[in-house]
Write a protein that binds this ligand. Structure first.
Ligand code: MCA
Ligand code: AMP
Length: 510
């Protein structure tokens, strides 16, 4: 079977002359052009030594070429491995050593720093692609033939690896198969009523599930179009709305749109659907948006490991503060986290999911994979929730120590390890507290050695090269000691409570 996922995407494009992606500077790429360009990328990959099953690590700014390269990887049978542009070279070092990609594609400006790491880590080739879609890889693709015999790839073969941070230890690579992605794209297209007439405002980054798969694959499976913005920009989004039908975003998008006086029912009149996910949407944001525009934001719930699991209904009541029903074909249950026993309606426990959307396991990490699956195939999400009498799923908290800031996940352990390594620091506790713009703000409490004179600015400066910007604490608080329970465990709940008002009234940068 030629490339399972790609073949389905190609079959869904009934009108090859339809525009797939249009950019702010007026570039328009049709499906026909996209498929031909994917063929050129596939040929270029082969010439660079990328074979079926090889990983292609990609840390580049958003451009239509990222999507074309993804399609090229699928055609070549390679495994696409996107990396957040905010990751520092120190973070890249780990991903390259763990994933052992055959090729690293990076921004031309980053090449000098990354090429050295890539060589050390045995990466076969390093090529470049910039925000305009230009660079050495683009040059090689332009010189290559558009004709390519697609690799044989079945439903269970790997299409992508996306790294997700871990509560303990380093990030883990979630292995996503062709059918994991295809099944979710089919389901979302049908559940959210996407057709070839749709035009999606795409302002999300293209290195995480939300922008790369949830948004893009739903459009590809509908033969529809996307208006690509390099990043969130409220003015631009409002300017595009009269031409668009839909948008997918993180809650911060909606918080920021509500701050714009241009957000009115007239401005949104051409839109049929606003989707929110990646982090909890406050019920007050949902209500305020409905009051201003007449649109009930559709909230859904997913994970890197599982793609999308639940969604509020397209037809029917979208209830603020809930994430709706399990998607068709996906089993979701709430269990006692200790015993694994199923819980009754309205009882709070661990959310577990099973279905064609659920990933194949963690890359080269069978122990972690085993630890997060039940014997009957359910994946333990780490999210705490309940199912109400009407069947709506509510997420009420996290069983995992995780901060979600502007839709990005930050695992405190990773930040704490960096802080604890600083001279003069005895220990630290990293936690999230409400942030008006980002949902939660990453916050650190630290304890210093007697006589040490480290201050907030010094801690922040020391972390600058070590951690991606979004992981760096917005505030660092020096304490004589951390609050502990009788067992000696640090009480993050007490810290969250004590500093709950830290960012109240703060602006975007908090
Ligand atoms: C930017 N900054 C941040 C964040 N973004 N800090 C913490 N958290 C963030 N998310 C920093 C910048 O470096 C800058 O710092 C300062 O905050 C202000 O930046 P600003 O220009 O306001 O930020 P922005 O560029 O407008 O970005 C904010 C954003 C963006 C639009 C919320 O972060 C974003 O697009 N987030 C989407 C993330 C996403 O796609 N998540 C999906 C993951 P300084 O001024 O100090 O330099 S996939 C997923 O979760 C699952 C599967 C799912 O269910 O979807
Ligand atoms: P990630 O693994 O980075 O993709 O993040 C997935 C996590 O984001 C989930 O396990 C949830 O904790 C959180 N999440 C995603 N969507 C929602 C939502 N609609 N409401 C609350 N939390 C969400």
């Amino acid at each position: 079977m030629p490339s399972h996922l790609y073949a389905e995407i190609e079959a869904a494009a009934r009108d090859p002359d339809k525009v797939l992606i249009e950019t702010q500077d007026g570039r328009a790429i049709t499906y026909r052009q996209a498929f031909a360009h994917a063929g050129r990328f596939a040929n270029a990959l082969r010439a660079l030594g990328v074979e079926v099953g090889d990983r292609v690590a990609v840390q580049v700014e958003k451009s239509p070429e990222v999507i074309l390269l993804l399609l090229g990887c699928l055609r070549a049978g390679a495994v696409f491995l996107p990396l957040n542009t905010a990751y520092t070279p120190a973070e890249l070092d780990y991903f390259l050593s763990d994933a052992e990609p055959a090729l690293l594609v990076c921004d031309p400006a980053a090449k000098p720093a990354l090429a050295e790491i890539a060589t050390r880590r045995g990466v076969g080739a390093v090529e470049t692609l910039d925000a305009r879609g230009e660079g050495s890889l683009a040059d090689k693709a332009a010189a290559a033939s558009p004709d390519f015999a697609d690799a044989e790839r079945g439903p269970d073969d790997l299409a992508a690896i996306l790294y997700t941070s871990g509560t303990t230890g380093r990030s883990k690579g979630a292995m996503l198969t062709h059918e994991n992605l295809a099944s979710n794209a089919r389901t979302l297209r049908d559940t959210w009523a996407f057709t070839a007439r749709d035009v999606l405002i795409h302002a999300l980054p293209t290195f995480h599930t939300h922008g790369l798969f949830t948004a893009t694959n739903t459009i590809l499976f509908s033969g529809a179009s996307m208006l690509f913005l390099p990043k969130f920009d409220a003015d631009e989004i409002l300017r595009l709305m009269p031409r668009a039908t839909s948008m997918m975003g993180v809650p911060t998008f909606y918080v920021r749109l509500l701050q714009h006086e241009g957000l009115t029912s007239e401005a949104t009149a051409h839109m049929r659907l606003f989707v929110s996910g990646s982090a909890p949407l406050l019920a007050e944001t949902h209500r305020a948006f409905a009051e201003r525009t007449g649109h009930a934001i559709l909230e859904r719930y997913g994970m890197t490991e599982t793609n999308m699991n639940t969604s509020n209904p397209y037809e029917g009541e979208r209830i603020a503060g809930t994430v709706g029903f399990p998607l068709p074909g996906i089993d979701l249950r709430v269990v006692d986290p200790q015993t694994g026993e199923g819980l009754a309606t309205d009882e709070i426990g661990m959310i577990e999911v099973r279905g064609p959307n659920v990933f194949k396991g963690y890359w080269r990490n069978p122990e972690k994979t085993k630890a997060e699956f039940r014997e009957d195939g359910f994946f333990v999400t780490g999210d705490l929730g309940k199912i109400d009498p009407r069947g709506y799923v509510h997420i009420v908290g996290r069983g995992k120590d995780l901060v979600i800031t502007g839709g990005y996940n930050v695992y405190p352990k990773e930040v704490e390890s960096e802080i604890d390594a600083l001279p003069g620091v005895v220990e630290s506790a990293v936690f999230g507290v409400p942030h008006p713009d980002l949902g939660e703000g990453v916050t650190a409490a630290i304890v210093l050695e007697p006589g040490a004179s480290l201050d907030e600015a010094q801690v922040k400066a020391a972390l600058a090269d070590r951690l991606a910007r979004f992981k760096q604490p917005k505030r660092v608080i020096v304490l004589p000691e951390l609050p502990r329970n009788t067992m000696g465990k640090v009480q993050k709940a007490a810290l969250r409570e004590r500093y709950a008002g830290l960012y109240a009234g703060g602006g975007a940068a908090g």
